[in-house]
Design a protein around this ligand. Structure first.
Ligand SMILES: *Cc1c(COP(=O)(O)O)cnc(C)c1O
Length: 341
């Protein structure tokens, strides 16, 4: 038995999901003729109270399209230093859109209104034009931390007042929703655009959605084509996404319970220096300085447990749809009994 805790992207489609994919009516989505893609886009847009949605191959693409539509070359966007859009999208902010990033050190990846207010550039010829503020919820690189509604609301009001575009990288927004108790509608109201991943905790094999106004999505569709993301009989994939949204949202709570248990177990391990607070399905922990992290990863792998190195002396474990209680019990046993020098 392999216990793959590297990422929530490693899930395989369930029998029910595969059946939905097999039976999906399809058409050419570049011609807007795929009924299943159209259904998914309407379903997701309605859920978040947005006018329209766009189905894309990845969350990198939905984020990068949003940045491209909201900005002009030479502009600046504001994000936290941990942001996925900055760290893990291959330099796409500058490469795709000619935009630079003003990175702020938030509270475990979460920006405050005060920080955003201070970072917006004044209207002088020699300063960069700030045009976009990006939040991430949950924050992957900060251990799956969750924004509270008030903070997002305050920044939203500020952005509207200053005519700044406001984008949410909501790759794991449903994890946040399960924990914080706000609704997709409440989130949808605050942002100009939202990216939602179907291929993380929701368990679809491929796909992300970009949500926004009809006019925004019209522009986004054009950028998606330019980036090579116009897909044809994509309904086969969209069917998996629809199945995921209808069946796999509530159960994220189970993932959160399991990761909390892993976090508690790690707290009790002498070779662990620090565990980041576990809020959702991500557990990030730092090893004591004398521990060889590569060694530790190999030791866990020898026991059938796969984890992700996440920088020097730091390791990430993520719970997901294909991790059950028995796997967590086994992992906890191995962690507790591990001989680490
Ligand atoms: C996974 C992820 C994305 C999108 O990644 P893709 O692999 O391109 O789908 C975007 N933002 C965050 C925070 C993520 O964790």
């Amino acid at each position: 038995m392999i216990i793959d805790l590297r990422s929530d992207t490693v899930t395989k489609p369930s029998p029910g999901m595969k059946e939905a994919m097999m039976n999906a009516p399809v058409g050419d989505d570049v011609f807007k003729e795929d009924p299943t893609v159209n259904e998914l886009e309407v379903y997701a847009a309605t859920l978040f109270g947005k006018e329209a949605a766009l189905f894309c191959p990845s969350g990198t693409m939905t984020n990068q399209i949003a940045i491209n539509v909201h900005t002009r070359p030479g502009d600046e966007l504001i994000a936290d230093v941990n942001a996925h859009i900055y760290n893990y999208e291959g330099g796409g902010i500058s490469k795709n859109s000619g935009v630079q990033a003003r990175l702020l050190a938030g509270d475990r990846g979460r920006l405050s209104l005060g920080q955003v207010e201070q970072a917006v550039q004044g209207d002088y010829d020699w300063l960069c034009r700030t045009s976009l503020v990006c939040l991430e919820n949950t924050v992957n690189r900060a251990g799956g931390s969750v924004y509270d509604l008030n903070t997002m609301q305050a920044i939203s009001v500020f952005c509207r007042d200053k005519q700044l575009a406001f984008h949410l990288d909501g790759a794991r927004i449903f994890n946040a929703i399960q924990v914080a108790g706000y609704t997709p509608l409440a989130i949808g109201y605050l942002f100009d655009s939202i990216s939602v991943c179907l291929s993380k905790g929701l368990g679809a094999p491929v796909g992300s959605l970009l949500l926004g106004t009809s006019d925004f999505i019209k522009q986004a569709r054009r950028v998606r084509k330019v980036m090579g993301g116009g897909m044809r009989q994509a309904g086969i994939l969209a069917a998996a996404g629809l199945y995921a949204l209808k069946n796999n949202v509530e159960r994220l709570k189970e993932d959160h319970k399991r990761s909390a248990f892993l976090g508690d177990t790690l707290q009790g391990c002498s070779w662990v220096k620090q565990v980041m607070p576990v809020e959702t399905n991500i557990v990030i922990f730092e090893l004591q300085p004398q521990v060889n992290s590569l060694h530790l990863e190999q030791e866990l792998a020898a026991n059938g447990i796969r984890v992700a190195g996440f920088g020097k002396q730091t390791i990430r474990m993520v719970t997901h749809l294909d991790i059950d209680d028995a796997m967590i019990t086994k992992t906890a046993e191995v962690l507790t009994q591990l001989k680490v020098s």
